[in-house]
Design a protein around this ligand. Structure first.
Ligand SMILES: [Zn+2]
Ligand SMILES: [Zn+2]
Length: 206
């Protein structure tokens, strides 16, 4: 049947030539090579981090309870607050005290760096005294304190007044658009140039 044979005909025609296939193969080999090199570099870096340089032993990770004695008091507070996770790896050789500590910062943590002790243990809470309206600003008090040292700070902030409701602004923009479109036959694109700030490109000197 001629109707069925047509797709086969197209499929054969779509098979690329020998040179194209060879080119694709070369690109694939190059990509694979690059991937292997990257893997090798990563593996060397990983070995450097996780193998004791003296004894060539793989260093296991200490449990969260056991790694505390290798951490400073501020680092222990950071870990208990969840702002930083410390991972301590140790050489299992009985006569070796080589350890390596990794610091993993939690980017979603609410704790910030304390200006006094420099640990990520500063928290801040905000109490609103008056809420801003469309016509007036509001005010709030911010309390900052550190979970590790004695740092504490209280200050006032001004809350910016609310802009006009987004719906209203959108509404007027839509209306403007509508008008421009309505007049476009007479005014061309010049009408659009004005309100959208395209002055440079507008119908000025040209
Ligand atoms: Zn060692
Ligand atoms: Zn502090």
């Amino acid at each position: 049947m001629p109707v069925l044979s047509t797709p086969w005909h197209f499929a054969w025609a779509a098979i690329p030539s020998y040179e194209v296939l060879l080119g694709a193969l070369a690109v694939m080999v190059l990509c694979l090579g690059a991937l292997l090199v990257m893997l090798g570099v990563w593996y060397r870096w990983w070995r450097q981090q996780h193998v004791c340089p003296e004894h060539r032993l793989l260093m296991p990770m200490l449990s969260e309870a056991d790694d505390d004695r290798y951490l400073e008091s501020g680092e222990r507070v950071e870990e208990s607050l969840g702002s930083i996770d410390y991972q301590v790896f140790f050489c299992p050789h009985p006569e070796c005290d080589h350890i390596r500590t990794f610091r993993v910062e939690d980017v979603f943590s609410d704790y910030r760096r304390c200006p006094d002790c420099k640990f990520m243990t500063r928290s801040s809470t905000q109490t609103t005294q008056s809420y801003p309206t469309e016509k007036s600003t509001g005010s709030a008090t911010v309390h900052e304190k550190c979970g590790h040292c004695d740092y504490a700070l209280t200050y006032q902030v001004t809350l910016l007044e609310l802009g006009p409701p987004a719906g209203g602004r959108l509404g007027s923009l839509t209306q403007q658009n509508h008008q421009t479109t309505g007049n476009s036959d007479q005014w061309g694109s010049g009408g659009l140039g004005g309100p959208y700030g395209g002055g440079g490109l507008g119908p000025g000197p040209f």
